[in-house]
Design a protein around this ligand. Sequence first.
Ligand code: R5P
Length: 312
Amino acid sequence: MDLVVVAGSGNRTLAAAIASRLEVDVADTTIERFPDGECHVVVGGPVRGDDVYILQPTGPPVDEHLVELLLLADACRRGGAGRITLVIPYLGYARQDRRRAAGEPVAIRVVADLIGAVRADRVLTVDPHTVGLEASFGITLEAVSAVPLLASRLAPLLPPDAVVVAPDLGAVKLAERYAALLACPTAVARKHRLSGTSVRVEEVVGDVKDRTPVVVDDMITTGATICAAAEAVRSHGALPSLLVVATHGVFVGPAVQRLRELPVEHLLVSDSLPSDADVTLPIDVVSIDRLLADSIGRLHDDQPLADLEPFT
Ligand code: R5P
């Protein structure tokens, strides 16, 4: 089977970088909107019998990118593709993985069912929001991590007094991974979410006094979590300036303004989502093109994905 890369509009730059590493062209694809807003896609060129990788993070506008991805997958399936892998570096709706209140759906399950309905064979993602995500999917979900890559970039920037801070209980395992790679202690902020854009930290566990906080998370959306954690550790005696690292920089609403108001020395994110890097932030965008190209290469060759991006 020939390897074919198809790109949605979610991150064409990353798709081109991955295709270039794999020494293939991105397939010709037309993606347009009909006057009534419907998405219309055409995958140009034959994919019959091919091993197709469709690159599409489902970041904002989440629903548009999701529908585009589903239509691209259906076009490839109906075009006779031999195998279809959806490469979704950032998977929207992954945070809605359970019902927190009566009347709510389990949104990620709905998304997983839609992906199953277009008969994709598997999904490849990066640092999913929860380790249990695969349970929502009826097809195989392969996950790789940008943490070793981000930690490598972070290491030379770290002061000796650094403490890795999990900004909520869900980030504890992530913080432990960074702390192990960087040989730092950890602390945890216990977060309570008040709404989609605001959170409150109720407690800090661990010694942050006179230390430089390195706040780590899987994603930054509105910046509320990072800000609340920064304020909380500061009020527990941490040094004012901080480092922030997250795999997915979603950056919506007040995120940039909030981060700009913090004494952030370094902000590291991957390019899982298109980088709209705000020059007023000390942001360093670390590309996951090699991580994903290597992953796709191994999947194409039916090889395992372990140890792709070692910490150096
Ligand atoms: C939540 O559980 C996630 O891990 C992130 O902490 C959250 O999505 C960040 O969102 P925001 O930046 O809006 O606080």
